[in-house]
Design a protein around this ligand. Structure first.
Ligand SMILES: [Zn+2]
Length: 340
C-alpha cells in the first residue's frame, strides 16, 4: 500500500510517500481502507519530536480517519461499510475504562501517536473503534469530525459543565478545536465570544455561531470581553494556545469562572498569581481528548446536521508535507484533510 511515513524527526520534508506492506489485523482488530484522514497539531508535534514520548520509527501519523471496512472480526461490520474511527485507544478493562472514563486509562493512546495511523491506504484498529456513518456524511467531513469535536465536547460539557446561558470565550476560532468549540457551545445555549488573528477568520467565526468576535492580535482582549459582558467577564474560557494568551485568558473570567485547556501551541510555560486564583474562586481545568461515549453522542449532532466540521482544504495523501506546511502557516480555518 501507499503510506506517508517519517524515519527521523524534523521539518515537513521528513514526510515520505512510499510503498510499504499492508498492515495485518490482529485479534479483535478491523482493517479499514482509509478514504480521508484529517490533520491535527498532534501530527506536527510527533514529526518534530517530543521531549517525553518516544515515537517509533518509521512512523505513520493520523488520528482522524474515515473509510470503508475491509475486514472486521466475526464479520461484525460488512466489508465496504462506511465508518469513521474513534481516535482514542484504551485497555477496556481498567477501573477508568469500566467507569466510562476511557481517556483516563493508564494505557490510553491516540491512533497514530505511538501506533500507526491514517496517513496510509489501510489502517488497523480495535473493532470497538469503528463508528458507522450514514451515506449523507462524506468521508472528508467524517474524518474532520472526531478529534476536534470530541476534544471540544469533553472540555465544555464534561470538564467545564457548560450550562445554557453561560458566556463562553473561545480562543483561536480558526483552529480545529476552536471551530468545534464555537459550535458545541452555541448548540448548548451558550453565548459565544470568539477570537482570531485575522479579520476574515472573525467573519467565519460569526457564521458558526459566535455572538461577538475579537481580533486577539490588534484588540485588547480582556477589555473587549468586559465591554461585551457589561464588565462581568465570561463563565468559561476555552484555552489551547498557552503562553501567548494565558494571562489575558485569566483576566477574561468572571468570579467563579472556569478556564479549560487542552493544548499549548504557543508554549507550555504559564504562571498564575495564587491570590487571584483563590479570591476570584477560579477553576483551572485540564482536558485531554474525551470519552468514547461523548464522541458517540456528538456524532448524533453531526448526523442530524447540527454540528458541521469546517474543512479548510484537502490534499492528496502524496502531498501530506504540503498539508503540514499549511497547518504550520496558521493561515487555515478549520480542518485540513488528506484524501486517500
Ligand atoms: Zn483502561
Amino acid at each position: 500500500m501507499k503510506a506517508v511515513r517519517f524515519h527521523a524527526h524534523g521539518g515537513a520534508d521528513v514526510l515520505r510517500y512510499e510503498e510499504i506492506p499492508e498492515p495485518l489485523a490482529g485479534p479483535g482488530e478491523a482493517l479499514v481502507r482509509v478514504r480521508a484522514c484529517a490533520l491535527n497539531h498532534l501530527d506536527l508535534w510527533q514529526r518534530r519530536g517530543l521531549e517525553r514520548v518516544k515515537i517509533p520509527f518509521p512512523h505513520i501519523s493520523g488520528a482522524d480517519v474515515a473509510g470503508e471496512v475491509e475486514y472486521s472480526p466475526d464479520g461484525e461490520f460488512a466489508p465496504g461499510r462506511r465508518v469513521m474511527l474513534q481516535p482514542g485507544l484504551s485497555c477496556g478493562r481498567c477501573a477508568a475504562c469500566l467507569d466510562g472514563r476511557d481517556n483516563e486509562c493508564p494505557k490510553y493512546d491516540v491512533l497514530g501517536y505511538r501506533s500507526d495511523g491514517g496517513y496510509a491506504e489501510y489502517v488497523r484498529v480495535p473493532v470497538q473503534n469503528l463508528i458507522a456513518i450514514p451515506d449523507a456524511i462524506s468521508f472528508i467531513e467524517a474524518a474532520a469530525f472526531p478529534l476536534a469535536f470530541l476534544t471540544a465536547w469533553h472540555m465544555l460539557i464534561t470538564r467545564a459543565r457548560l450550562r445554557a446561558g453561560d458566556d463562553v470565550l473561545v480562543l483561536g476560532a480558526g483552529s480545529g478545536v476552536g471551530q468545534a468549540a464555537i459550535q458545541v457551545a452555541w448548540r448548548h445555549g451558550a453565548r459565544v465570544f470568539a477570537t482570531a488573528g485575522a479579520d476574515e477568520k472573525l467573519a467565519k467565526a460569526r457564521q458558526l455561531g459566535a455572538y461577538e468576535v475579537i481580533n486577539h492580535e490588534t484588540e485588547d482582549l480582556p477589555a473587549r470581553v468586559r465591554e461585551f459582558t457589561n464588565g462581568r467577564g465570561v463563565d468559561v474560557v476555552v484555552e489551547h494556545v498557552g503562553t501567548a494568551t494565558w494571562d489575558r485568558s485569566l483576566k477574561c473570567l468572571v468570579r467563579g469562572g472556569r478556564l479549560v485547556t487542552c493544548g499549548a501551541t504557543s508554549g507550555h510555560d504559564a504562571s498564575i498569581d495564587l491570590r487571584v486564583l483563590f479570591t476570584r474562586q477560579l477553576s483551572l481545568l485540564g482536558s485531554y481528548m474525551g470519552r468514547k461515549a461523548e464522541l458517540l453522542r456528538a456524532t448524533q449532532f453531526l448526523f442530524a446536521g447540527e454540528l458541521r466540521p469546517v474543512v479548510d482544504r484537502t490534499y492528496p495523501l502524496a502531498e501530506a508535507a504540503e498539508a503540514h506546511r499549511r497547518l504550520e502557516s496558521r493561515q487555515s480555518f478549520g480542518k485540513i484533510v488528506l484524501v486517500v
